[in-house]
Write a protein that binds this ligand. Structure first.
Ligand code: BTN
Length: 247
């Protein structure tokens, strides 16, 4: 999927993930992209909202028909994270990092969140909606107070605003490269690239999933992209999904 995009552009809509899902259910092909100027019901992980003011960020969702096993699809969040890192670094000089499983950080603050959602139906090929929200032109005073300690934007990091269309084009280009590699070889083909950008390696973290919570030291990811958490000396558990908080 290099340059062969079907880009659907919207003004302000509820959530680009919802629109992409509806298009996918109606048969939209791999490479369909939903882009909105703003979102009134932008969704984050674990039921959180995604702050999506009009004209400030990049809010897009890609329809992916991966042609790989369903069990491998959670790693697409990491693939998207790597692609966003590559794209960010064409605009800012700060190294971008992936914070497992779905954040991109610049200088320790979140610049992008990724929400992948599986569309699985009996006897039908898997579809994954890859939702990407990048804080592009938000200034510090655009961000809600509670996000100040943890969030940033490309414009804050660069010291000047950017053309959001160029950011979209960069993301599509880098996604095509990373996704192509993943389709051919699974996450194993990208694992070394992930390590080069991993934000929380060796850190003590808490991982929560629903009402469950555990703590440990991050010891990498496995070939599926699951987080390897050392919960006690020598006892390493692979965690497929969860929210990670550095302690
Ligand atoms: C997170 O960090 O919790 C994930 C945030 C994902 C936000 C993006 S914005 C585009 C797409 N549409 C949504 O409703 N969510 C994703």
């Amino acid at each position: 999927m290099a340059g062969n995009w079907d880009i659907r552009r919207y003004g302000s809509i509820g959530s680009t993930n919802d629109e992409a899902r509806a298009l996918a259910l109606a048969g939209a092909a791999d490479g369909t992209v939903v882009v909105a100027e703003g979102q009134t019901a932008g969704r984050g992980r674990a039921g959180r909202n995604w702050f999506s003011p009009e004209g400030k960020g990049l809010y897009c969702s890609l329809v992916a028909r991966p042609g790989r096993a369903k069990e491998e699809c959670p790693s697409l969040a990491l693939v998207a994270g790597l692609a966003v890192c590559d794209a960010c670094e064409t605009f800012v000089e700060i190294p971008a990092q992936v914070k497992w499983p779905n954040d991109v950080w610049l200088a320790g603050k979140k610049v992008c969140g990724i929400l992948t959602e599986l569309v699985a139906r009996p006897n039908r090929p898997i579809v994954v909606i890859v939702g990407i929200g990048i804080n592009v032109n938000l200034r510090a005073d655009d961000l809600p107070a509670e996000l100040h300690p943890t969030a940033t934007s490309l414009a804050i990091a660069r010291g000047q605003p950017l053309d959001r269309e160029l950011v979209l084009q960069a993301v599509l280009r880098t996604w095509a490269l990373r996704y192509g590699k993943w389709r051919a070889g699974g996450f194993a083909a990208l694992r070394a690239d992930y390590y080069a950008r991993a934000a929380i390696e060796g850190h003590r973290v808490a991982v929560s999933f629903g009402t469950e919570r555990c703590e440990g030291i991050v010891r990498g990811v496995d070939e599926r992209g699951a987080l390897l958490l050392e919960r006690a000396p020598g006892v390493v558990e692979a965690i497929i999904a969860g929210d990670v908080e550095a302690l």
